[in-house]
Ligand binder design. Structure first.
Ligand SMILES: C[S@@+](CC[C@H](N)C(=O)[O-])C[C@H]1O[C@@H](n2cnc3c(N)ncnc32)[C@H](O)[C@@H]1O
Length: 338
């Protein structure tokens, strides 16, 4: 990728930027943690609009040069860490934050770099590693069982034709090892009878599923949310922007079930918050991009912003959260099972 790009929207068009800024602007001199630095859109805007200090994290080391540019402009208020957000508890163990932000998924910078293999236009080696993943897609796709591959594509991709896609991948690899993104695209295209959703490419769901598996995105999200909650000051805000239904389901469950205003399981039973582990003040309404934003930046159409405010209760580990999503966590481990 070209390294001499000026900072701004040509690297990644930040979604819901005004909404994020509005939710943060009441803290003018705070400590912020941007868990998904990407093209630096949020970090840069918040450095410009507030006098706060920002620590930024990203698992992708390729964007370090963007962080270096921001560091030059704001040497005393900005620091970058190349790491996964599941690890923030260790890195910032002696620190507390006023705001913690997650903007999940891929940046356009990653998508446009065809050597990364996230795009269906890529003819390069299979890859899809966002950074700091131990898994290799070529190894996984050439060794995973058909049953497990089908499950991954069906569950993580929510792909109706997962069975035939998995079958054709296995058939193809018995003839020759699959190691190229273009070959994978051809197999998916041949397998798909119908495009049930003609707004998206036929490969979108399978690619999403494989990307989630290779980067262990569900465990990252569950651990990231819990670690971030531990690091929030009382009254601190956690903001999460998600892009697909599994991510949003996890975020919604976490905020809803661990908030003071969580709905009572039965209206006939007395509310007993002492028995529950309460971490947040309030479960807030979802925020979606405006039609104007969707028009200028179409990929923003699936973005969903949720936020919650840390209440004064002591942090208690939310076991029930992991228990509720254990099927997803187990599915992330299937690549190794025969
Ligand atoms: C949608 S982009 C963020 C864009 C950013 N908000 C901006 O305004 O430019 C998501 C970024 O999060 C990073 N990322 C995804 N999962 C991560 C994880 N588990 N740990 C750290 N970074 C992650 C990706 O590498 C990518 O750069």
């Amino acid at each position: 990728m070209k390294k001499n790009i000026t900072l701004g929207k040509n690297i990644h068009f930040p979604v819901l930027l005004n909404e994020v800024e509005n939710l943060c602007s009441n803290i003018q001199k705070g400590e912020f943690l941007d868990c998904t630095f990407g093209g630096g859109g949020y970090s840069l805007q918040l450095l410009k609009k507030t006098n706060s200090k920002i620590d930024a994290v990203d698992r992708d080391k390729n964007i370090k040069y963007i962080a270096d540019e921001i560091k030059k402009k704001f040497p005393d208020r900005f620091t970058f860490f190349n790491q996964k957000f599941s690890q923030i508890g260790k890195t910032f163990k002696d620190k507390k934050f006023d705001v913690i932000i997650f903007d999940l998924g891929l940046s356009s910078y990653q998508l446009k770099d065809l050597s990364r293999g996230f795009s269906f236009k890529s003819k390069d080696k299979l890859n899809m590693n966002m950074g700091l993943s131990d898994l290799n897609l070529i190894e996984v796709i050439n060794s995973i069982t058909e049953k497990n591959l089908k499950l991954v594509i069906k569950v993580f991709g929510e792909e109706k034709e997962a069975g035939i896609i998995a079958k054709n991948i296995i058939k193809s690899r018995t003839l020759d090892k699959i190691s190229n993104t273009g070959d994978l695209v051809e197999i998916i295209k041949k397998s798909k009878k119908k495009n049930f959703n003609n707004k998206i490419d036929v490969c979108t769901k399978t690619f999403q599923a494989l990307r989630m598996l290779i980067n262990q995105e569900i465990s990252e999200l569950l651990n990231g949310l819990v670690e971030a909650t531990k690091l929030l000051k009382i009254g601190g805000k956690i903001l999460v922007i998600s892009f697909h239904s599994i991510e949003d389901k996890i975020v919604k469950y976490f905020f809803k079930n661990f908030s003071l205003n969580k709905p009572n399981s039965s209206r006939y039973l007395p509310r007993n918050n002492k028995k529950n582990n309460i971490l947040f003040e309030k479960f807030n309404k979802i925020i979606k991009p405006s039609l104007k934003e969707i028009k200028t930046n179409p990929p923003s159409r699936s973005a969903r912003l949720r936020y919650a405010i840390r209440c004064k209760n002591n942090f208690e580990f939310p076991n029930e959260f992991f228990e509720n999503f254990k099927d997803y966590i187990n599915l992330e481990k299937v690549y190794a099972k025969k």
